[in-house]
Ligand binder design. Sequence first.
Ligand SMILES: Cc1cc2nc3c(=O)[nH]c(=O)nc-3n(C[C@H](O)[C@H](O)[C@H](O)COP(=O)(O)OP(=O)(O)OC[C@H]3O[C@@H](n4cnc5c(N)ncnc54)[C@H](O)[C@@H]3O)c2cc1C
Length: 403
Amino acid sequence: MSQSSAPLPASSDVVVVGGGVVGASIACWLKAFLGFEGSVTVIERDPSYARASTALSASGLRQQFSTPVSIALSRYGAEVLRAAPDLFAVDGPGPDLNFREDGYLMLAATPSQEAAVRANHAVQAAAGADVALLTPEEIAARWPHLRTDDLRLGAFGTRGEGWFDNMGLLTAVSRLARAQGARFVTDEAAGFEMQGDRVTGVRLASGARIGCGAAVLAAGPRSGAAARWAGIELPVGPRKRTIFVFDCATPPDPATRPPLMIDPTGVFCRPEGRYFLAGAPPVEDPEVALDDFDPRHEEFEEIVWPALAERSEAFEAIRLQRFWAGHYEWNAFDRNGVVGPHPDVANLVFATGFSGHGLQHAAGVARGVGEWLIHGEYRSLDLSPLGWARLLENRPLIETEII
Ligand SMILES: Cc1cc2nc3c(=O)[nH]c(=O)nc-3n(C[C@H](O)[C@H](O)[C@H](O)COP(=O)(O)OP(=O)(O)OC[C@H]3O[C@@H](n4cnc5c(N)ncnc54)[C@H](O)[C@@H]3O)c2cc1C
């Protein structure tokens, strides 16, 4: 996806740094859904999005989180995906984002995994999530080719979980934002101009600058570096994840092939057309260089394939078709997004650090950030649990359900 750059205005009421799914959604919600009458400019350094997390994502949406705010964000994300053809209409219907609500199946094999699944299920049920607990016998009856003798429990999302078209969502929100007057400028933000406790402008790598009433930091894995322009230490940086696409010599019957399955080893796998898409939790997970996208090919041979072959005969004879690496915008403090203003810089609003679940939460975050920019408060879903207070007061909101 590459669009021509709009001319740079001298100033804009809101300047968004980063035009990935989060930044573009914020522009879209402000201009198309929340009635913001001011000007919105998105600064994007690479409109091909070749290395954006949004483009390299596994594109899943689930309700199986351990924190109520994440569950609520996912539930809103699912509503938005279902309504995409109406919501994102520009000169005719919006796109079908191909939301396959086939569910996530989390498998637990040890007592501690079972306890975690049960505890998270209680949180999910209280938040209205459509997640069912399944015994090993129920799992075997539904997906007969899965080995279940080592399992203690499964949790399966019966609605509002699945996968969708990541770039379709980015295109849809960007297109509607543009149609409603948001400007997307190709340039790299290189610094903030500050006066007292306010950001008054954004300096660009081209040498230009743009004045702003408020700035939004939605720079994905580059957000930690950008926060330092305002003297703020944001514990968000790039962590590498490799995705593998394979096909099976003897694929499982489509009627009983598993949905998005998370094996007790942490390996995940889901169907993608006639292929499967899979990945593994990293053995070591250092922050990597911003330009390091070398896939960790060895994870396939050493972790992904052995775990899947152990789980199902269908995965014994598989052939790797393609693979790529992308960056999670990892919040090392508690693996949850950092959303909202910092108390020291009141008009710099953060929307980053989603640690592997930002695509599915982009719509809800955009709605909340838009409300905050317009009204100075959240009006629909309270996103203050994701605010800076928890970082500054050392009260982590740990997300345990990280894939
Ligand atoms: C392998 C992988 C699998 C994933 N799977 C899932 C999943 O299944 N479900 C899910 O919900 N999430 C998933 N994620 C996470 C999800 O993709 C991200 O959370 C989400 O895309 C973050 O969007 P973003 O807009 O914040 O970041 P990005 O998509 O990275 O966009 C940030 C943009 O900011 C631009 N930018 C950065 N710095 C500057 C600057 N100084 N000036 C101008 N522009 C700048 C970049 O060029 C980029 O386009 C996955 C991520 C990866 C890597």
